[in-house]
Design a binder for this molecule. Sequence first.
Ligand code: HEC
Ligand code: HEC
Length: 352
Amino acid sequence: MTKPLAYLAPTLAISIACLVAINGCSRDTQPTETIATMAELPENIRASVVASPELKLGFAVYSRNCVGCHGIKGDGVGPAAVRLIIKPRNFTTGEFKFRSTPNGQLPLDEDLNRTIRQGLKGSSMPSFQFMPERERNAVIAFIKQYSPKWTDKTQKRERVILPSSAPDNLLTEERVWRGRFAYIGMGCHNCHGMTGRGDGPSAFALEDDWGNPVRPYNYHRGAPKGGSTPLDIYRTFRTGVTPMPNYQSSTLGLVTRDLKPTVFNLLVPQEQKLIEPYVDSLATMDEVMQWQEKSPERYEAYSDDRAWDLVAYTLWLREQSKPVGERSAAIWPHHPGADSSPSTDTPPSTGN
Ligand code: HEC
Ligand code: HEC
């Protein structure tokens, strides 16, 4: 058994856990030892918990580590929630952000496991990486009790087809600049801003599925919530993170050479010149339309390649935000003209 203290992220999480922990923070999680009492649980849930040893353990883990934020009713309004800007998830609606399933579907257990193991960077959701697997599985079984969706047979959980590895040598100049082109061509800048600072014209009035205000990810401020490996980033925008749509092949395939006038209209001549050679390697709209009809595999491959361009661009922007000495990859000039104060020497406020 590990000590809960060891697997809580520092700062806020610990103080909350200690606050709600009548018995202190350093004891092992035992099914009999809970902070919130079972009597406080909604009646229907209590009945299931009493009948199942796994759910009993899950409840013990939950009441020790999660209840302060997510609440005894699972509605996301635990005692600490009022003080949090990004609100804890309400489990009663059965809606989740970080999934390997399409927007609107329930996540897979492995998605929930990843969220709990890694935490959600940039929010108060801590990482429980040292929590024993058995306890993580038990708490997952327990939080499912809060929404009837989990037992509704009509609810689908279809894994979006995701690649098992990223293309080799992802961070090439070619991919990054084509990614830049796709980023503007697909309108990512409307929310994320011209240089990825989360300050686009549509950025300020966004709400998530629960009606809480949410700001687009600032690429210059620490890691994305859903993980920062190339595969994590690929999954995130293939499956969507409400209110950000999921980007399917039908949209990605529209990134063609034909978008050049639209995209270049938003770029200074210096940047147009930088990007142009790589844009010319893209297909034309006519070609893409033909593939879509006659050669779906080729169409899929083309769309997928555009998704990887966007991943490369995301990684490159993150790289740009690091202090010069800490950058790993080859670095090309920051967007010329797009940003008068590139973040070249400013360390991000929350690191990875
Ligand atoms: C310090 C507060 C805090 C604690 C403690 C906490 N969470 Fe969270 N949790 C959050 C916040 C805030 C979010 C929403 C983050 C967001 O939407 O960006 C969240 C989101 C989640 C999500 C939703 C992920 C998704 O895909 O939408 C799950 C699942 C979750 N937490 C499980 C847990 C479990 C299980 C525990 C205890 C082992 C726990 N949390 C402890 C604050 C907390
Ligand atoms: C409608 C506005 C909107 C558009 C358009 C949009 N996004 Fe987002 N995006 C968001 C919001 C809001 C978040 C933050 C969600 C959160 O933190 O819960 C986000 C988050 C992200 C993240 C970080 C996810 C994480 O794990 O934290 C990435 C990467 C991203 N967007 C990439 C893109 C790309 C690439 C495009 C264009 C293809 C795009 N976005 C278009 C609103 C948008």
